[in-house]
Design a protein around this ligand. Sequence first.
Ligand code: F3S
Ligand code: F3S
Length: 105
Amino acid sequence: TFVIALPCVDVKDRACIDECPLDCIYEGERMLYIQPDECTDCGACEPVCPVEAIFYEDDTPEEWRVFNSVNAEFFADIGSPGSAAKVGPFPKDHPVVAALPAPAP
Ligand code: F3S
Ligand code: F3S
């Protein structure tokens, strides 16, 4: 699967959403997350992110490796809705993301 890493936090450009043919990129409060069971590794999202936050899971930089599980664990209680547009943004983040310092005002 592809995953979204730290650069997305508090940026949320959302260009990736328009590219994903599976509509499997879901919105949290501070970043977006890829549903690993729904992503077919098409890779369309990766080049369009202006902050280069998207990686194939094996290529996630070492310092952001935790985001491989951050993306998967975000869906522990959500499961596989089948369409991000259908369910809309979720009012939560993975605990690792929620604990990051807030951006400068
Ligand atoms: Fe985030 Fe980049 Fe998508 S900033 S919302 S991963 S285009
Ligand atoms: Fe969608 Fe990106 Fe996967 S475009 S199918 S989330 S590789």
